[in-house]
Design a protein around this ligand. Sequence first.
Ligand code: IMP
Ligand code: ZN
Length: 354
Amino acid sequence: MFYCGYRYFCTCFLQRLHKELHAHLNGSVSFSTIKKLVARKPHLNIEHGMTAIRSGQRRTLDECFQVFKVIHQLVDTEEDILMVAKDVIREFAADGVKYLELRSTPRKEKTTGMTKRRYVETVIEAIRQCKNEGVDIEVRFLVAVDRRNGAEVAMETVKLAEDFMLSTDGLVVGLDLSGDPTVGHGRDLLPALQKAKNCGLKLSLHLSEVPSQADESELLLNIPPDRIGHGTYLHPEVGGSQSLVDTVRKHNTPLELCLTSNVKGQTVSSYSQHHFLYWYQMGHPSVICTDDKGVFCTDLSQEYQLAASTFNLSQEDMWTLSQKAIDCTFAPDLKQQLHQKWLELRPTHFVLVK
Ligand code: IMP
Ligand code: ZN
């Protein structure tokens, strides 16, 4: 139970009503999985402090990206990917997530012989194994483009994603654009992103994660993407512009909002200053997500609790927020089923709240 303004929530209320739409695979690796990986590779001398940013700690965005590099050293074989992906899926399920969209950047590792194709195949295998083992969660996959790697790699990644979209029975649903936002320019990636859109991949683009990217954001927003990752600096109060906001509103493009990630990565100064409120008050589709639950030591229930306590949201508000996220998912075949599930779960949740 936690106290939030005038309201008491049973934490059970905030569990079991989730969809996670913005989770990077290697950023979501938990402490217990890191321990197993470290045991496999003791020669790397990696400690948990190097792979996670604990409560009260802050890092620059650059330091956050160094953390991903450390995790990538630990996760460099097909066996590692399989274990990591299965653990991450099980952990989201244990947190009450019923629908998960995972995203990850295919990596080739010369030393271990892992190819980008095998990377994606292994994640798909993990999703299938979890399903066969009866883990109570639907998982879809977005292939990620790391903006650091430039136009040519982006185009190759789109081709890979298209192949998998056509061959995985709907498990691969889209393309993510992510990576260090201070590196490269979105204009160089436009042809690849357009191609992805044209071939039927859904697009989720990290944009305006840092200030002074209005030009890039305008280009990317006009594709238009199907969802926006973060969008921290889109609105005029923080140096964005009304015209960017208008474009987002015109296309009704949902935002994936990750409170702890933005606070710990210092792109937002505090929870109360988070742009969640700006978009939420406008009634714009906004989905609470974790981004990197392992690196930022959080989970989706905690992110819902933080949103509720910071912005004084009622149980009804939280319920509606969670339910509306269904329409933002990239799996049209599951929307009806998820809506039905939410209606069935609703009475249970309200009974749990004192
Ligand atoms: P992976 O793609 O599964 O290896 O997950 C880690 C990767 O996700 C990082 O190397 C980044 O490219 C990307 N990533 C994770 N969090 C963020 C973020 O907040 N902004 C941009 N990219 C991110
Ligand atoms: Zn992200």
